[in-house]
Write a protein that binds this ligand. Structure first.
Ligand SMILES: [Zn+2]
Length: 384
């Protein structure tokens, strides 16, 4: 079954040879892209959809989200917006609610937010554990995530579990031992919150190294709340991405530029905590590959909207509209080491988003406006 979307006013392919094509068409065959080119030359297809001059982009790739949780933290957000600073400790509220939830409740929560993201154009989403912090609660969190995405990350090292307040070393032993053994079968990635108030550089190194030995590839929450060793550790260990990158030294930027670790920027977190934004311009000018993601979580960034992140990145982080949309699609794919998503060219997965706009620049130009009008994921139309 071939579907041709024709009359695309502006098609962002993220393919170095195809670039952005005007008056374009995309032919999807099954779950893959079969053909991309000028609309007038589109081959015959079983079904034809006229885009009517609307712009099309690859589906967003959200490479950083925390969707396995229960409860919410409206009161905390409300208090913070009244002047209280954000600290890593707020995570405990969600840990308590998550432990008290049933498997079905956790699964339904993931399903709800994956669907919410899909309606906003996100066709690939990563999902972390990290609100269970016991062997069984982390393992069931990952099972819930794995029901809805292939990009599953073991984040037993989100914070030290409350039971280990007086024995953080004992918690690291648990995370690198029995918890890892129970979780590794469900995950592709291992992550650690390397930050004051969470895990220091030595603890993070032990956790990521143990995860890698169990077959998981590292990614790191690094340099969000202040300077620290996270970014350089990520590069040294060959992590797929260093996430947040808000407080960077020149040495951090040099390390990112010299390795193949992607810098994943999460402006929803700075927005929701009234913190200074990361300097995307500095990273891009240094030659670092940048991704944009939501960090969707109930505490510090409760948005699933990639268009919102694109708009903020352009307004506050020095990115051009082109750079921001590329970072939210191709950048995310690179952060997940995927070459089948984040682009629209033959062979890619047929993840296509039609925008109620003549150009993808409108994602930043018209902030807050719901421009996503149709979404195909793997060749299947989900909205519009
Ligand atoms: Zn996060």
């Amino acid at each position: 079954m071939a579907i041709a979307v024709t009359g695309i006013g502006s098609l962002l392919t993220n393919d170095p040879e195809l670039g952005t094509i005007t008056d374009a068409a995309v032919v999807m065959e099954g779950e893959r892209v079969a053909w991309v080119g000028p609309s007038a030359q589109a081959p015959a297809a079983d079904e034809r959809v006229d885009a009517g001059g609307r712009a099309a982009i690859p589906g967003f790739v959200d490479s950083h989200a925390h969707l396995v949780f229960a409860g919410d933290r409206t009161a905390e957000f409300n208090a913070r917006m009244s002047g209280r600073p954000y600290t890593a400790g707020g995570i405990r509220t969600t840990v308590a609610a998550t432990r008290a939830a049933t498997d079905e409740e956790l699964d339904a929560n993931v399903a709800r937010y994956v669907a919410e993201a899909l309606r906003q154009g996100t066709t690939t989403i990563e999902c972390k554990s990290g609100y269970g912090l016991t062997v069984e609660d982390e393992a069931r969190s990952l099972r819930a995530a794995a029901n809805h995405t292939d990009e599953v990350t073991y984040l037993g090292a989100h914070i030290v579990a409350p039971e280990y307040d007086d024995d953080p070393a004992g918690y690291v032993d648990l995370v690198t031992g029995p918890m890892l053994a129970a979780c590794a079968p469900y995950a592709r990635w291992v992550d650690v919150f390397c930050e004051r108030g969470a895990f220091d550089g030595d603890q993070a190194r032990a956790i990521l190294t143990a995860g890698a030995k169990a077959g998981l590839t590292p990614r790191v929450h690094a340099n969000q709340l202040g300077p620290g060793p996270g970014v350089r550790l990520a590069v040294e260990l060959g992590a797929a991405s260093a996430d947040h990158c808000t407080h960077l030294s020149d040495a951090d930027v040099d390390a990112l530029a010299s390795g193949d670790t992607v810098a994943t920027l999460l402006p929803g977190a700075e927005f929701s905590t009234r913190a200074p934004y990361p300097d995307a311009r500095r990273l891009i000018d240094a030659g670092v590959t940048v991704a944009l993601s939501t960090d969707c979580n109930p505490g510090s960034s409760f948005t699933s909207s990639m268009p919102f992140c694109v708009a903020i990145a352009v307004r506050e982080m020095g990115m051009t509209p082109d750079e921001a949309v590329v970072a939210a699609t191709l950048g995310g794919a690179r952060a997940l080491r995927r070459d089948d998503v984040g682009r629209l060219s033959p062979g890619a997965r047929a993840d296509l988003v039609l925008l109620d706009a003549p150009s993808h620049v409108h994602l930043a130009y018209r902030p807050g406006v719901p421009l996503v009008s149709a979404v195909w994921r793997g060749g299947v139309r989900h909205t519009g």
